[in-house]
Design a protein around this ligand. Structure first.
Ligand code: IVH
Length: 672
C-alpha cells in the first residue's frame, strides 16, 4: 500500500475507534492495540510532514460531544498527553524540554499516577460549583453538572481553611472521574446477571455511568474523582504544580497527594514511574501509567502546548494489562477442589510484560452470558497477580466459523459424572481420588507460599504419582534417594537437592502449614490470621463456627468451610500423618513484613484519598486490624479531616497519632 492510502486508512480506523471509545464507551480493541495504530500514524506523519493535516486524529483530542447533553465551551482547551513507553522516551522528553527552555541544568518534575477514567472540568465561581463538563473534543464538552454533583467527594462549595489561602473567585479544576475496581466488578456482575453486556474496563464503566441522561442512574454508580490540574484561574498564588495540588486539597478538592512525588533528577523520574508500575495492583482503582510534569508553573507557561498536548507533561504508559487476541480452542481444567474451569487457549500475547497463552473463562454461565466462542477475537486481561481472563468477545469481527462451547458432563481426567452444588455456578468432579485433583493438591502443598519445596515441579509430581511413589502429601517425606533415581531425567545431584528441600520444608510456620492444607477459602492471609489466633493446629481443629466468626477477618463462609474440613475424619487423619513425618510448626508470625502487621488502628475524621472501607481493607491487607474505638490496645489513631472525640481520648491515653499522609507513608514503607 502506498503511504498516502495507508495514512488515510489509519486515520479512518482511528476515527472509528475514537467514536467507539469516547462516544459509545464501548471500545472494540484494547488500548494497547489503539496505541499501536496511533503510533504508526504518528511515525508516518513524521516521515511525511507534507501529508499532515489539522483533520488528522493526531491533531485532535477525543471526540465530538454527544448531542443529547448540552454543550459547554472550555475557556481553555482540555488537552491530551503524549505517551511514552520506555525510559528512552522519557529521556527524549526531558531533552526536548531543556532544549526548548534553552536550559542546560536539570528541570524539576513531579510524577504522579495516571488514573484511567475520563477527564472532567469543574468550574467554581465565588467558591460554588457552577458547571461540570467532560473533555469532549477538547474545546467543547458535555454538560454533566447534575451527574457530577452526585459524586460525594466532589465539593459543591470550596472550603477555606484557617491560615490557608482563600479559594480564587474563578477556579477551573480538572481531574479524572473513575470507578473503583470493586465497584466495577460488582456493576459488571450485576449487568451480566441482567443479560446486559459487561463494560470492558472500569474506565468505560465510569464514562458510561457519568454520561447518563438520568442523574439518578449516575448516583447509583459509585464514581469518584481525583483532581490533577487546573484550567482558568482568576488568581494564581503558588509557584509549582506540587504547591497547587496542596492548595486544591486545602480548598476541599480530592487530590491523590501522597503519590505525587517531586523528582529532581531524570533517574528519580524513571525510578518513580517504575515504582508506580510495580505497585499498581495495590491501588483501588486502575492506573494505566504515570504522568510526568514540569513542576515550576512559570516553566510550564513558557513551554506552552502543541495542538493536542502540552510540552511540559508526558504520560509514561505502563505495560498493557489488556490485549486483543484470538481463542484457538477452549478446554477444561480440573482444580484442587475438583472445580472444572473452562480455559481458553490463546494466540500468545504479551500482557504486563508476560507472554500469555491461556486465560480463564470462569464457568459456563460466564461463557453463555458473555457469548464467548472458540475462534473469537477477544479482549483478554491480566491485572496484578490474578490469572489472565477473557473479558469479552468482539462480536463485530465474527466470521461465522466460531464454535459455541459446552462444559462436559464427565470429568475429563477421571471420567466421573460432574456435580453442581446448590447455589453454585461451578461444576465439580466429585471424586477426591481424581488424579487431577490429587496432582493439584500436591502442587499447592509444595508451592512457595505453602511448604515451599523448591525443585518439586509439576512434571516430577506427575511422575511420582504415576509410579505410585506418592499418593498423599505425607508420602513426600518418606521418599528416598533410590525412589527419586527411578524418575526420568533426574541425576543423583538434583535428587539429593530435592530430598534436602523436602527435609528442610519440615521446619515451617503454622501459617504456612494451614495454608498448605488447602482448606477452601483459606488463603495465605486467612491462614496467617488463624495461626496468629490459635497458635496450634489442634486448637484450630476444635474451634466452633461461632468462635471462628468472632475473629476479625473471618466471615461465615470461611468459618463454615474450616469447620467442615475438620469434621471430616479423613482430613484429621491426613494432618496426623503429616505431623508424624516430623513436621515442626514454628510459633505463629504474620506474613507481610508490613509495619502495619499486627497493629490495631482506629480512624477518626474523613480521608481525602480513600473511604473508610478502603482504609480498613488496606490495613487488613497489610496484616493490621481496624477497631472502632480508642482503647488501651490501640497502636495508632489515624486522623483525617474534622476528627471527632477519639482524638482527645487518644491524646489522653498517649496513643501515637498519624496524619493521613503519615499513614500512607507507613504502608508504603512495606513495599519499598
Ligand atoms: S494531566 C494537558 N494528570 O490522562 C493534560 N492527566 O492521556 C493534562 N489523566 O486527559 C493532564 N491522570 O484525563 C494528568 N495525574 C494525571 C492524570 C491525567 C489521568 C488523564 C487525563 C488526560 C489523559 C491523557
Amino acid at each position: 500500500m502506498d503511504k498516502v492510502s495507508e495514512i488515510e486508512k489509519l486515520r479512518e480506523e482511528i476515527r472509528y475507534h475514537n467514536h467507539r471509545y469516547y462516544s459509545l464507551d464501548n471500545p472494540e480493541i484494547s488500548d494497547a492495540a489503539y496505541d499501536r495504530l496511533f503510533k504508526r500514524l504518528l511515525d508516518l506523519e513524521q516521515q511525511h510532514p507534507e501529508l499532515t493535516t489539522p483533520e488528522s486524529p493526531t491533531e485532535k483530542v477525543g471526540a465530538r460531544p454527544q448531542e443529547t447533553f448540552s454543550e459547554v465551551k472550555h475557556r481553555l482547551p482540555m488537552l491530551s498527553l503524549e505517551n511514552s513507553f520506555s525510559d528512552q522516551d522519557v529521556r527524549d522528553f526531558d531533552a526536548r524540554v531543556r532544549r526548548f527552555l534553552g536550559n542546560d541544568s536539570p528541570v524539576g518534575y513531579t510524577v504522579e499516577p495516571k488514573m484511567d477514567g475520563l477527564a472532567v472540568e469543574l468550574v467554581y465561581e465565588n467558591g460554588a460549583l457552577t458547571v461540570a463538563s467532560t473533555r469532549g473534543d477538547g474545546l467543547t464538552g458535555e454538560n454533566v453538572t447534575r451527574n457530577i454533583k452526585t459524586i460525594l467527594t466532589v465539593p459543591l462549595t470550596l472550603t477555606q481553611k484557617k491560615n490557608a489561602l482563600p479559594p480564587p473567585d474563578l477556579l477551573e479544576v480538572r481531574g479524572e472521574v473513575y470507578m473503583d475496581l470493586e465497584a466495577f466488578e460488582k456493576l459488571n456482575h450485576e449487568r451480566v446477571r441482567r443479560d446486559l453486556p459487561p463494560f470492558a474496563n472500569p474506565r468505560n464503566a465510569a464514562a458510561g455511568s457519568l454520561r447518563q441522561l438520568d442523574p439518578k442512574i449516575t448516583a447509583r454508580r459509585p464514581l469518584n474523582m481525583f483532581c490533577y490540574g487546573i484550567g482558568m484561574i482568576s488568581e494564581l498564588s503558588c509557584d509549582t504544580h506540587h504547591e497547587l495540588m496542596t492548595l486544591l486539597q486545602q480548598w476541599g478538592l480530592r487530590v491523590n497527594r501522597p503519590y505525587i512525588r517531586i523528582c529532581n533528577t531524570l533517574t528519580e523520574v524513571i525510578d518513580y514511574c517504575r515504582h508506580l508500575e510495580e505497585i499498581r495492583a495495590q491501588f483501588f482503582f486502575e492506573i494505566d501509567g504515570a504522568v510526568i510534569k514540569v513542576n515550576r508553573l512559570d516553566l510550564q507557561a513558557r513551554l506552552g502546548q502543541k495542538s493536542r498536548s502540552p510540552r511540559w507533561s508526558m504520560a509514561f504508559k505502563f505495560k498493557p494489562t489488556q490485549e486483543t487476541t484470538t481463542i484457538i480452542r477452549i478446554d477444561v481444567q480440573v482444580g484442587r477442589t475438583g472445580a472444572l474451569t473452562p480455559v481458553a487457549h490463546l494466540k500468545p500475547v504479551e500482557l504486563s510484560g508476560v507472554i500469555v497463552r491461556r486465560a480463564t473463562l470462569h464457568n459456563q454461565e460466564e461463557i453463555d452470558k458473555k457469548d464467548i466462542r472458540e475462534g473469537d477475537l477477544v479482549i483478554v486481561q491480566r491485572a496484578g497477580d490474578v490469572i489472565p481472563e477473557v473479558v469479552k468477545a468482539i462480536k463485530s469481527k465474527r466470521t461465522g466459523r466460531e464454535q459455541r462451547f459446552v462444559m462436559p458432563s464427565r470429568c475429563p481426567v477421571c471420567g466421573s459424572g460432574v456435580v453442581k452444588r446448590e447455589g453454585e455456578v461451578v461444576v465439580r468432579c466429585p471424586n477426591p481420588n481424581c488424579p487431577a485433583q490429587v496432582r493439584e493438591s500436591f502442587k499447592h502443598f509444595v508451592s512457595k507460599s505453602a511448604m515451599n519445596i523448591d525443585g518439586l515441579g509439576d512434571k516430577i509430581i506427575a511422575q511420582l504419582m504415576r509410579k505410585g511413589l506418592i499418593g498423599e502429601e505425607a508420602d513426600l517425606y518418606g521418599l528416598g534417594l533410590d525412589d527419586l533415581l527411578k524418575l526420568d531425567k533426574i541425576k543423583e545431584k538434583s535428587a539429593t537437592n530435592l530430598l534436602r528441600a523436602i527435609e528442610n520444608s519440615k521446619k515451617t510456620t503454622l501459617a504456612r502449614f494451614i495454608y498448605a492444607l488447602g482448606i477452601r477459602h483459606v488463603g495465605e492471609y486467612v491462614a496467617a490470621i488463624l495461626a496468629d489466633h490459635f497458635g496450634d493446629i489442634a486448637r484450630l481443629g476444635k474451634a466452633t463456627e461461632e468462635e471462628l466468626i468472632a475473629i476479625d477477618g473471618i466471615g461465615p463462609q470461611i468459618a463454615e468451610s474450616i469447620n467442615a474440613y475438620f469434621e471430616d475424619h479423613h482430613n484429621r487423619d491426613h494432618i496426623k500423618r503429616l505431623i508424624q513425618t516430623g513436621i515442626e510448626l514454628e510459633a505463629p508470625s504474620l506474613p507481610p513484613a508490613s509495619p502495619a502487621a499486627g497493629k490495631t488502628f482506629v480512624i477518626t475524621g474523613t480521608f481525602s484519598s480513600m473511604k473508610r472501607s478502603e482504609a480498613k481493607e488496606v490495613i487488613t491487607r497489610n496484616g493490621g486490624r481496624m477497631a472502632s474505638s480508642v482503647g488501651g490496645n490501640t497502636d495508632y489513631l489515624i486522623v483525617g479531616e474534622s476528627p471527632g472525640s477519639k482524638l482527645r481520648k487518644a491524646k489522653d491515653l498517649g496513643v501515637p497519632i498519624l496524619s493521613e499522609d503519615e499513614f500512607l507513608r507507613l504502608l508504603a514503607e512495606a513495599h519499598e
